[in-house]
Design a binder for this molecule. Sequence first.
Ligand code: ADP
Length: 248
Amino acid sequence: MAEDIILSANGLTKEFKGFVAVDGVDLKVRRGTIHALIGPNGAGKTTCFNLLTKFLSPTRGTIVYKGQDITSRKPADIARLGLIRSFQISAVFPHMTVLENVRIALQRQRRDSFNFWRSQRVLDELNGRARELVEAVGLSEFMDTVAGELSYGRKRALEIATTLALDPEMMLLDEPMAGMAADDVDRITQLIRRVSRDRTVLMVEHNLSVVSTLSDFITVLARGKVLAEGDYATVSKDPRVLDAYIGA
Ligand code: ADP
């Protein structure tokens, strides 16, 4: 059913000086699912991701989000529509505490950013909501820790909290497990599962065990094109996918 598709790319293409990094990609992300974009190095995953969040403009093709053509929209407009990209490390202020970081993200969501001259009632409410989000991502004991002192995995959990503060309908996660220790991977996997219950998630991820645990649907890219699609059991058995990984 067409209304189940929250985000779609149609014939998405990106050329860099004649080199076609993303080549006519069709992608359909169903509402409420965790959708993974995988593929060997150089497949075009990051470029595709940057196109979908409008950090790059496509050479050809269209992107439709909730029935609206967003191909020519700016990243900030897209964020306002509820499509939020996480894991931009810059989104975390290293000299502020975990709680302050989340509170600022909440203030940004309410568009009264940096207006600290608020009534006590509003401040209390913001702090309460910020605390809930910090607890939701498992950082309760680090509430007053300066963000710069957090371990890498916990920083990423904080990034998820600041992203959730923006109340995204759809989250795009760029390699959420990159550079993480095994216990952090488990923690963030659980967290993504929890936060995705009433949201849609599209992620680029290299860790195939995470992809197999979390994903409802997978699109495999190779040389800029969609090579295979389906659930993990289907794509992991596809000889073309095995070839692309081994040959990469
Ligand atoms: P992946 O994320 O799957 O590893 P990328 O999207 O980063 O793949 O890259 C796909 C291809 O496009 C690679 O061959 C890469 O070298 C090329 N590419 C990516 N960005 C640029 C750029 N800004 N200029 C030229 N080539 C690029």
